[in-house]
Design a protein around this ligand. Structure first.
Ligand code: WT7
Length: 642
């Protein structure tokens, strides 16, 4: 056995002595110590940050609401940028890798980034962006997306980033909810060699919203429809701006950003994150879980349109003074080894991706990672959906060469940062188990009655007080939904995650999957309710049901059942339904199959039995159909599936 390989005990791996010695956290005593007084524990962590004014009280709980670092004043940019100017002024903060191979990377030192952010912050002020104002950001993975987010928080504006591959309609719904008056977008960007005209989507998406000004980053140089009374070129706007802008003083509980996640119907939920708690959690989770050190090169593959991109492709690494990479393109474009090439090119030490990508890399073949020098890698991470044992082993052996701790990180848009995982300097790394709750947080697994489940017994994953400081504080403009979604199942003092899970005898948590109607399509969370709302908009569809089915690469994929009473050819309706979904949500929500059926299975009270439809794809017995109002519906459906 090679010395630098992880040791295996039973079914788990443990960090090497060497790794352990250098790790930020390396003693499992930390878990016990943190739980003795979690509130004090988080207070200690908060002291690693620069606060303009210290908090008066650490934690207040008024169920279902809670506050952290009460009355403290903080600005995340002073921690992410100004603070790093002392020791790391000319250290590289951000490396941008464009999709086209012939284009050069762009590199920003901490000082560069600081000046760019300040200039844009001043430019925002000039066009009337005030503290508390919501700003829509609809940008691809280019440096300006990071600069825009930071410039917003510099002046206390609240950003709402919308994934650039979301459709104009999806953008519109989000802009309407935030009532943003400003949108930042780009002319276009590259995806799999194709130029995407983003500005055209943005023009469409701002219709019937309160957006008055659109700032356009020149990225691809494509022709756009420029409206001189409304649009500004980003590059013109920042010209001649002063590169110093006073950081706004933000209350710990002031809004930092809003990020939408799929709602149970067509309307997405705006998760509200605040300045103090989020910042503390973003910094400490990035530092401890990825073990970020001065010479690390961190690459998280997630797009900033998702929470992973917020916390680990923007705030986390900068708060740690790290060097990190953002990548514009797809990891397998123009060839399946692009991701290996990037790791080799920059000597990436810390790599964070999703099981979907890992399974895709595996399918392409081990010859790709074997062809490249991946020996700089030290820590591997996985996020977004359960990682199956086979994908785990492949990632661990073929990418990490058995030498890298593999952290399987569980969290949600709502939690702001990672909350369950093994720590790289402690372990254990047990395939398909995420690990233990982050020090200072309490999770449990409850049965339906709210009783704690014994080991190996599956139940619902819940978080108990004091909640992690980065947990959402509300759903934007929708307190009822906040209460109903998170604080209803087990009362106002227990956060309901909507995940099913169980613990092993050592308390390691294994996530089974969502217990609500959300499915994880290539790691993206989409509710079947949202998909059904989109399908139902098709004029010829009278009824529909969407369920998730297992997929070898994507984890899960949507399957659509629709009842349509027209004479149009089936193929035409199917194509129209697919384009309807792409129009309402975007290509990520594309169903794998659309089945046109005469009837959907229903109970006598008229409820669609999605559970039975789901079983069609699991190979399970369909069960007793005699309780259905229309058992014959399933006969027809079974024939369709053959
Ligand atoms: C849901 C949250 C966390 C950022 C990206 C997704 C699932 C997340 C894991 C993991 C098993 C996971 C859960 C969770 N999930 N990480 N390591 N193992 N499942 O954020 O879109 O808000 O989705 O993703 O079901 O509830 P999100």
């Amino acid at each position: 056995m090679e010395k630098n390989k992880l040791t295996k005990k039973g079914d788990s791996y443990f960090p090497t002595k060497e790794f352990q010695k250098r790790a930020w956290v390396n003693n499992k005593r930390i878990y016990k110590e943190a739980l003795k007084n979690p509130i004090k524990f988080w207070e200690g962590l908060a002291k690693e940050l620069f606060w303009q004014k210290k908090w008066k009280k650490i934690f207040i709980h008024q169920p279902p609401y809670f506050k952290w670092f009460v009355n403290g004043k903080i600005n995340i940019t002073q921690n992410a940028l100004d603070k790093n100017l002392k020791q790391r002024r000319n250290k590289v903060a951000l490396i941008w890798e464009p999709e086209p191979m012939e284009e050069r990377q762009r590199v920003f030192t901490y000082y560069d980034l600081f000046r760019e952010v300040n200039k844009l912050a001043n430019a925002f002020k000039k066009i009337g962006v005030k503290k508390g104002a919501r700003v829509g950001i609809y940008l691809p993975m280019i440096p300006e997306v990071i600069i825009s987010m930071l410039a917003c928080v510099r002046i206390g504006a609240v950003h709402a980033v919308v994934f650039s591959a979301f459709s104009p309609k999806a953008l519109q719904v989000r802009l309407q909810d935030t009532e943003a008056k400003i949108l930042i977008t780009a002319d276009g960007y590259y995806r799999r060699g194709k130029l995407v005209n983003l500005k055209q989507n943005a023009d469409e998406g701002v219709k019937e919203t309160k957006v008055e000004k659109v700032v356009v980053v020149k990225r691809a140089g494509n022709e756009i429809n420029f409206q001189p009374d409304r649009d500004y070129w980003y590059q013109d706007l920042i010209k001649n701006q002063n590169d110093w802008c006073q950081a706004e003083s933000m209350d710990s509980e002031d809004l930092l950003f809003i990020l939408y996640t799929s709602g149970s119907t067509g309307k997405p939920k705006g998760c509200v994150h605040t300045c103090g708690g989020y910042t503390v959690q973003a910094k400490l989770t990035a530092k401890w879980i990825f073990d970020l050190k001065e010479d690390d090169i961190f690459w998280s593959m997630a797009d900033v349109g998702w929470v992973t991109g917020h916390t680990y492709s923007c705030y986390g690494p900068l708060l740690c003074g790290a060097t990190y990479i953002i990548f514009e393109g797809a990891p397998d474009w123009p060839a399946p080894d692009r991701w290996c090439q990037i790791i080799e090119k920059y000597g990436v030490t810390t790599f964070y991706t999703a099981p979907t990508a890992i399974r895709m890399f595996e399918k392409y073949g081990s010859e790709f990672p074997r062809k490249y020098k991946l020996n700089t890698l030290q820590v591997l991470g996985s996020v977004g959906e359960p990682i199956d044992e086979a994908a785990w082993q492949w990632y661990f052996k073929e990418v990490g060469k058995g030498k890298c701790p593999l952290v399987d990180t569980w969290w949600q848009t709502e939690t702001g940062g990672i909350l369950i995982t093994s720590l790289p300097g402690i372990g254990p790394f047990k395939p398909s188990f995420t690990g233990l709750p982050f020090p200072g947080t309490k999770f449990d697994i409850f049965d339906d009655k709210g009783k704690s489940c014994s080991s190996n017994k599956p139940g619902n994953l819940v978080m108990l007080p004091p909640f992690a400081p980065g947990l959402l504080r509300g759903i934007y403009k929708n307190p009822e939904k906040y209460l109903e979604t998170y604080w209803n199942q087990y009362g106002k003092k227990v956060y309901f995650t909507s995940d099913g899970a169980y613990k092993d005898k050592n308390g390691l948590i294994r996530i089974v999957g969502r217990v609500d109607d959300a499915i994880k399509v290539a790691g993206h969370r989409i509710t079947t309710g949202e998909l059904e709302s989109a399908v139902a908009l098709h004029p010829d569809v009278t009824e529909c049901a969407v369920v998730g089915a297992a997929d070898e690469i994507k984890g899960e994929v949507p399957m659509v059942f629709a009842v349509s009473k027209t004479k149009k050819p089936e193929e035409q309706i199917k194509t129209e339904i697919i384009s309807q979904i792409r129009k309402e949500i975007g290509p990520i929500a594309q169903p794998k199959e659309v089945y046109l059926v005469k009837d959907l299975p229903k109970t006598r009270s008229g409820k669609i039995m999605r559970r039975i439809l789901r079983r069609l794809f699991t190979g399970e017995e369909l069960g007793d159909l005699s309780t259905l109002a229309n058992p014959e519906s399933m006969e027809e459906i079974k024939c369709k599936l053959k």
